[in-house]
Design a protein around this ligand. Structure first.
Ligand SMILES: [Zn+2]
Ligand SMILES: [Zn+2]
Length: 239
C-alpha cells in the first residue's frame, strides 16, 4: 500500500514513512552522528576540536553562533536520539519526515561546531599506550595513521570507541540521575526512571558489589538521557 512520504513538500509515494530519496538523504546526515556526539561534549567543555574563529576561508560560521542555534549540549542530546539507519525511522516512525527536517538543520550545525567547514574529520585521540595525538582524516578515509606513533586505526573502530564513550560509565540509578542533573542540567524524577525501567526502555549491566550480595543493576547515563528526550518529545507531539 502506497502513501505519501512524510517529508514536507516531498510528495513522492512510498510504502514506508519516507521515500527512497529521503532515506538516502537522511542516511547521509546520520553517517557522522556517532562521531559528532562525543565530540560535541568536547566542544561544550571548551577542550574543543572546535575550529578557531576566523580560520579557513569562505566566510560562513565563525566563533559566534547563528541565531536560533542550539547549544552543544542540546545538539548532543538531540543527536543521541537518532537511530543509526534512516530505514529504522522510515519504517517505524510516522513523524519520520519531521525528523529529517530537523536533521537537515541540526546535523550541519553540529558538524560546523565540531569540525568547521573543512573536509577533515577529527576522531578523538590515538590512545595507543601513552600517545594522545589527535587523529584527523579526510572525511572519506577508512583508516587513520597516527602522526606520532604510526599506529593505523580503522575509522569504524574509532567510531565504536567514541560511541561507547558517549554512553558514559554505567552507575546506579540515583548516581546516574545526580550525574545528569549536574552535567546535563536534566532533572529526572525517580518515578519516571522506574517507569522507564519497567517499560524495558533502559539497558543495564550487572555489577556485583560483594560476593555475598546480589549483583545490582547499573545504567549508562547516555542511555538515560536519550530516553528522557524521547519521552519529552512524545509528550510534545499530540497522539
Ligand atoms: Zn520523501
Ligand atoms: Zn599515536
Amino acid at each position: 500500500m502506497s502513501q505519501e512520504c512524510t517529508t514536507e513538500n516531498c510528495g513522492r509515494l512510498t510504502t514506508l514513512f519516507l521515500c527512497t530519496a529521503c532515506i538516502v538523504e537522511l542516511d547521509g546526515l546520520l553517517e557522522d552522528v556517532p562521531a559528532l556526539i562525543p565530540l560535541l561534549a568536547g566542544a561544550r567543555a571548551g577542550t574543543a576540536v572546535v575550529r578557531k574563529a576566523g580560520s579557513g576561508g569562505g566566510g560562513g560560521v565563525t566563533g559566534s553562533k547563528p541565531p536560533g542555534s542550539l547549544d552543544a549540549m542540546m545538539l548532543q542530546a538531540w543527536l543521541a536520539q537518532l537511530p543509526e539507519r534512516a530505514y529504522t525511522l522510515a519504517s517505524d516512525n510516522p513523524e519520520a519526515g519531521r525528523w529529517l527536517h530537523m536533521a537537515r538543520i541540526w546535523v550541519p550545525q553540529a558538524r560546523s561546531l565540531v569540525w568547521g567547514p573543512e573536509d577533515m574529520r577529527v576522531y578523538g585521540n590515538c590512545e595507543t599506550g601513552e600517545c594522545v595525538t589527535q587523529l584527523k582524516a579526510d572525511r572519506h578515509a577508512e583508516s587513520v595513521t597516527c602522526q606520532t606513533c604510526g599506529t593505523v586505526h580503522h575509522v569504524g573502530d574509532l567510531i565504536d570507541r567514541l560511541k561507547e564513550k558517549a554512553r558514559g560509565n554505567p552507575m546506579p540509578p540515583r548516581e546516574a540521575r545526580e550525574f545528569l542533573q549536574k552535567e546535563a542540567r536534566v532533572f529526572i524524577l525517580k518515578k519516571d526512571f522506574e517507569n522507564w525501567v519497567q517499560l524495558g526502555k533502559l539497558p543495564y549491566v550487572l555489577e556485583r558489589v560483594t560476593t555475598t550480595e546480589k549483583p545490582r543493576k547499573i545504567y549508562y547515563p547516555g542511555d538515560i538521557l536519550s530516553i528522557f528526550h524521547e519521552m519529552r518529545e512524545r509528550r510534545r507531539i499530540p497522539a
